[in-house]
Design a protein around this ligand. Structure first.
Ligand SMILES: [Zn+2]
Length: 205
């Protein structure tokens, strides 16, 4: 079984130049830079708490996002580490996928793309326009709206603002990955995902 570790990119120094990249490409490159140049000694295994993660493999993961009136599909190579400490016990090998914080676990769409669509909906933009722009179906947009409503109260606590949906969404867009990290830190559960009891997650560093 593969667990997930969410990597807080805002706390990682990057020597990647912003020039020529859109913000998501920049974040993806910062993530690669971290994985390539790092021995993962700054990360802890969420199961045993030891700094004993080593590179195991990469897998491809899709990410769809909207930037400057265009939809983009990125394939991100996600690094999976093995915990050498846990894996000493035969048959108990532990693997952890290192997920950059702008990637929501199990969700293909990038979080600010989702939030901007919901904000437009609340600001009176016609659903048809939003669906065409994001190339998505009705059901997906309404699923997002329903989920955000379920999450608006805990999100307002994290953001320390009143539970007013438009304000909450604007702040989430503004603070995107910082917010996602804060949310996890407060609730021990990723934002926008219904509680997953079978998948332990942790935020690092
Ligand atoms: Zn371990």
């Amino acid at each position: 079984m593969v667990n997930i570790i969410t990597l807080n990119l805002s706390k990682i120094k990057s020597n990647i130049q912003l020039h020529g990249f859109n913000p998501i490409e920049y974040a993806i490159n910062s993530y690669y830079n971290y994985c390539d140049c790092n021995s993962f000694k700054d990360l802890k295994c969420p199961c045993c708490g030891n700094h004993s993660l080593t590179y195991h493999k990469v897998y491809d993961r899709n990410l769809t996002y909207h930037y400057k009136d265009k939809m983009y599909n990125a394939i991100i190579k996600i690094t999976v580490c093995k915990c050498e400490h846990c894996s000493k016990i035969k048959g108990k090998q532990k693997y952890h996928a290192i997920l950059p914080d702008f990637v929501l676990p199990y969700i293909i769409y990038e979080s600010s793309t989702i939030m901007k669509a919901i904000l437009d909906y609340y600001n009176g933009v016609k659903s048809k326009e939003i669906l065409e722009r994001l190339e998505i179906r009705h059901k997906l947009l309404y699923d997002w709206i329903k989920k955000l409503n379920a999450y608006s109260f805990p999100a307002s606590i994290v953001l320390e603002i009143n539970n007013v949906i438009q304000n909450i969404i604007s702040k989430i867009i503004e603070y995107n990955s910082v917010f996602l990290n804060e949310f996890y830190h407060n609730y021990n559960h990723p934002f926008f995902l219904f509680r997953l009891t079978c998948v332990p997650l942790c935020i690092i560093p």
